[in-house]
Design a protein around this ligand. Structure first.
Ligand code: SIN
Ligand code: CO
Length: 399
C-alpha cells in the first residue's frame, strides 16, 4: 500500500449535502415508495457545488495500487477489453489516447474519509444493503458499454459531463466472447447529459450506457444484492460449523448383500433420518446475517495504532471527545446482538443502556463523549488496538 492510498482525507472537500436536494425534493418516504427498485430518477444539481472527491492523479495512483480493486476498460473497433489492477502508468494515457478508455476504482470509501462521508448520505438505505462508492475516470468517448447491473445504483457526476442512455428492456442477451457483459441489442428510451453534481438513480436491471463527453469522472453508490444461491451456500457453511450430530453410523441388522458396491436403501434411509434432524431457528439466520454481512471484503486489512494510549488515557479521550468508527469497519446489529467486522461483540458485561449506545454507534458511526464503565472501556479499547477506530487527528467525533 502506498502512502498516497493511505492519505486518508481526500483532497477535495465534500460540500454540504441536503437529503431533500439529493433526492430532488422528495422525502425519503416518497423516494422509497415511488422509485426505489421501481423506476429511475434523474436529479439535476443533487449536490450543488460538487467538484468530486479525488483528483484525476489521485485516482490514477489508487488504480496503480495493488491493494485497491480497479479495472481498465477499452473499446477498439467494437472489441472490448478489461485489465484488472494494479494498473500500469503507461495504460493511463490521457492525452491523444489511441482508443477511448475508462478506469474504475472500487471502494473509494475504504480509502478516503470524504468518500465515506458521501456514502453515509445514502444511509436512508440500511447498511446491510450498502456496498461501496466506485469512482471512474474516462477520456472522451470512454465508458463500459451498454449493460445492466443486478443492483441499484446512484450515479453522481463528478468533473466533466457524461451522456447517459437508459432502457428498461427485457432482452438482456449479452455479446458472446466479450470480457464484460455488453448488451447485444441496446434500445434506450431516455438520453440525458449529466453535468457535475447531477445524479441518476437506476433500479436493478435497467440497462444503461454512460459515454464520457470530454474527460469525466463519475461516482457510483452501489448496493448489495446477494443472490439466494450465495446466501444459501454461505448459511450452510455457517451452520456446518455450529451443527453437531451426535452418534456414529451402525448396522447391527445388516443383511446379506450380493452386490457389495451398492449403497443400499437401508443405509440411505437411516442417514436421511439423521439429516432430517438438522434444524435451524430464525435466530440462527439473524446471527448468520450479522456475521456474514459485517464481514469486510477479503482485501481489507486494519492497521493497529503503533503507539496506542494507555487505557486510562483512552478512557479520558472517550469521555472528552468520543470516538469514530474507522471507515473500513462494518458494524450492524439485531435486537439480540451487535456485529463488527464479521464477529459478534461480546456485550455480556454491558448494561442495557451501554448496548443501546453501541447500536447507535453502529447507526451513526460516532460514539459521543461518554463516561465508560470498565466493561465498555475494555470493549472500546479492544476496538482501538484492532485498528477499528478512526485516528483522533481525523475529523473529531463531536462534529
Ligand atoms: C461508470 O462509471 O462508467 C460505470 C458506472 C456503471 O455503469 O455502473
Ligand atoms: Co452499471
Amino acid at each position: 500500500m502506498t502512502n498516497q492510498t493511505e492519505c486518508t482525507k481526500g483532497t477535495l472537500a465534500l460540500p454540504p449535502v441536503a437529503l431533500k436536494t439529493l433526492l430532488g425534493g422528495l422525502s425519503v418516504r416518497e423516494f422509497l415508495a415511488e422509485y426505489w427498485q421501481k423506476k429511475p430518477l434523474l436529479v439535476r444539481q443533487a449536490v450543488p457545488g460538487f467538484q468530486g472527491l479525488v483528483s484525476r492523479d489521485e485516482l490514477f495512483a489508487l488504480a496503480r495500487d495493488a491493494d485497491v480493486e480497479s479495472r481498465l476498460v477499452r473499446c477498439q473497433n467494437g472489441q472490448w477489453s478489461v485489465q484488472h489492477g494494479p494498473q500500469q502508468k503507461k495504460s493511463l494515457q490521457v492525452r491523444n489516447a489511441p482508443v477511448p478508455w475508462t478506469v474504475l476504482v472500487q471502494g473509494l470509501n475504504l480509502w478516503r474519509d470524504n468518500a465515506d462521508r458521501l456514502l453515509r448520505h445514502f444511509s436512508f438505505i440500511p447498511y446491510a444493503r450498502l456496498d461501496d462508492l466506485m469512482v471512474s475516470y474516462a477520456v472522451n468517448g470512454g465508458g463500459v458499454g451498454p449493460h445492466f447491473d443486478d443492483y441499484d445504483v446512484f450515479l453522481l457526476q463528478g468533473i466533466g459531463r457524461r451522456r447517459w442512455q437508459i432502457a428498461n428492456q427485457s432482452d438482456r442477451t449479452v455479446l458472446k466472447d466479450a470480457p464484460l457483459k455488453i448488451l447485444k441489442d441496446f434500445r434506450p428510451v431516455h438520453d440525458w447529459v449529466l453535468e457535475t453534481g447531477d445524479l441518476l438513480y437506476l433500479p436493478p436491471h435497467w440497462a444503461h450506457n454512460g459515454i464520457a463527453i470530454g474527460e469525466c469522472m463519475t461516482y457510483s453508490v452501489g448496493f448489495r444484492s446477494p443472490s439466494f444461491d450465495e446466501l444459501g451456500r454461505e448459511f450452510l457453511y455457517w451452520m456446518a460449523e455450529r451443527q453437531s450430530l451426535p452418534g456414529i453410523y451402525a448396522d447391527p441388522g445388516l443383511k446379506v448383500q450380493k452386490r457389495p458396491a451398492r449403497i443400499d436403501e437401508a443405509m440411505v434411509g437411516k442417514i436421511a433420518q439423521v439429516l432430517a434432524n438438522i434444524r435451524w431457528q430464525r435466530s440462527d439466520v439473524a446471527a448468520f446475517l450479522g456475521e456474514y454481512l459485517s464481514e469486510p471484503k477479503p482485501q481489507i486489512f486494519f492497521e493497529p495504532p503503533e503507539n496506542p494510549p494507555a487505557p486510562e488515557d483512552f478512557a479520558r479521550q472517550v469521555q472528552a471527545h468520543g470516538v469514530r468508527l474507522h471507515r473500513k469497519c462494518l458494524m450492524l446489529w439485531t435486537p439480540a446482538a451487535i456485529y463488527l467486522n464479521g464477529e459478534e461483540l461480546d456485550c455480556d458485561a454491558l448494561s442495557g443502556t451501554e448496548r443501546e449506545l453501541l447500536t447507535r454507534f453502529a447507526d451513526t458511526r460516532i460514539l459521543p463523549p461518554t463516561a465508560c464503565s470498565p466493561a465498555l472501556l475494555e470493549l472500546l479499547y479492544g476496538m482501538l488496538t484492532d485498528g477499528f477506530l478512526a485516528e483522533s487527528d481525523e475529523d473529531s467525533a463531536e462534529q
